[in-house]
Write a protein that binds this ligand. Structure first.
Ligand code: PLP
Length: 394
């Protein structure tokens, strides 16, 4: 990969590979065998939604999923250069709140709805713009077992929308809580409840969607999405975020269809800022959590927990040097990760020099390893990489 770091800022950046993002999208879409909504919420899981959205749209994504109206507006603006036939629809996955409805309607974002107040906010906003009956599509989420978002009774909710309302239910959707546990009865129960709700509503719909990365990876729910869609005249769709960025959770109970072929999209990098030799007995960092057992060569990198490098990696994590000479050499993190600075042990890399590139997450330093050390999931590590890390599309 060519050197792409920005000038005039401290050397902490994340390279976002457009090729890998596009390849992961096509691969996941192929395994899904149906339309795939590309989830770019939470700033594309920390990858930069405005960088990723145009790549995904250019790869054929007909739908993008964002967290909020505000994020949807930013993503839409990032797509301005695309010809209209490539403009994806944008689904606002966490509903609309006071003040957001007018913006959602103005920018033709498509909200997920499940509370009556959301219908009224959207109707008021649409009527204020004199929009025709049934001209503003919404997707209704059905709660089939996660007890977060969603209606319990789709037919009753649909009845809250009057004949002359500017709103139209374009899709019913649900979200599954346990897709990485293939064969879990919970998946079947949720999908059965979803099927029953859609059937009982008698709605004719354009889209039916459910699932996520693990749902595609395990494959078990895909045929049921297709059946439910066929029954109500809709097109089937599934959704994926994590796979697009190159990761999938480890499945239980099934052989993965996509996990092994995904490639990490982000390479989070920094450079060695300073080097020092310390004698045996020297202590490193806050609270002197480590004492050099022998003379050591230490390198300082200008990155810390304020960038999203987890403090749980203190004395446990590792980074990669010499990535360009694959497979590279790992250097352990020594002492506490602090707010802006971290020390790594390069005793075994005698020619390590100031300015050397260091990879924090990417090929050779999997996000799963950091997630395990931090007691969390890859999702949280990725979207915890903070705004002060410049994202660059490569
Ligand atoms: C985040 C999200 C997804 C994507 O989940 P991944 O596991 O990242 O693929 C799908 N659907 C909904 C409703 C979501 O909120």
């Amino acid at each position: 990969m060519r050197a792409v770091e920005p000038n005039h800022v401290r050397p902490v950046w994340a390279e976002i590979s457009a090729t890998r993002l596009a390849t992961n999208y096509r691969h996941t879409r192929g395994a899904a065998g149906m339309e795939l909504l590309a989830v770019v919420k939470a700033d594309a899981y920390g990858h930069g939604a405005e960088l990723c959205a145009p790549v995904l749209a250019g790869s054929g994504a007909a739908w993008l999923g964002v967290t909020s109206v505000e994020e949807g507006v930013r993503v839409k603006a990032s797509l301005g250069m695309l010809p209209s036939f490539l403009q994806p629809r944008i689904l606002v996955m966490c509903g609309v709140w006071n003040g957001e409805a007018a913006v959602a309607v103005e920018h033709r974002l498509t909200p997920v709805v499940w509370e009556e107040y959301q219908l009224r906010l959207l109707e008021d906003a649409a009527r204020a713009r004199s929009l025709a009956p049934k001209s503003v599509p919404v997707h209704v989420e059905v709660d089939t077992g996660m007890a977060r978002q969603g209606v319990a009774d789709l037919a009753a909710f649909a009845a809250l929308i009057a004949e002359d309302s500017p709103l139209r239910i374009e899709s019913a959707m649900t979200h599954l809580g346990s897709t990485e546990e293939a064969g879990s009865p919970l998946n079947r129960e949720q999908m059965d409840r979803f099927a029953a709700q859609v059937k009982a509503s008698g709605l004719r719909l354009d889209w039916i969607h459910a699932g996520n990365t693990s749902g595609v990876d395990a494959g078990e729910i895909l045929s049921q999405i297709k059946e439910i869609a066929a029954d109500c005249g809709a097109q089937p769709m599934t959704r994926s975020g994590l796979a697009l960025y190159g990761y999938a959770l480890e499945l239980t109970g099934a052989t993965p269809h996509i996990r092994r072929t995904l490639q990490p999209v982000m390479a989070w990098k920094t450079r060695i800022l300073s080097l020092r030799d310390v004698p045996a007995g020297a202590t490193v960092g806050y609270n002197a959590t480590i004492t050099a057992p022998a003379p050591m060569r230490l390198a300082l990198i200008p990155v810390g927990y304020a960038d999203g490098l987890r403090r749980e990696l203190s004395n446990r994590g590792r980074v990669l040097l010499r990535e360009t000479h694959a497979p590279g050499v790992h250097a352990p993190i020594v002492g506490r990760v602090s707010m802006d600075l971290t020390v790594i042990d390069v005793t075994h890399i005698p020619d390590a020099a100031i300015g050397d590139e260091v990879t924090l997450i990417g090929d050779g330093v999997p996000v799963e390893e950091q997630a395990a050390l931090a007691g969390t999931i890859p999702y949280e590590i990725l979207c915890g990489i903070s705004d002060r890390v410049t994202r660059i599309l490569v």
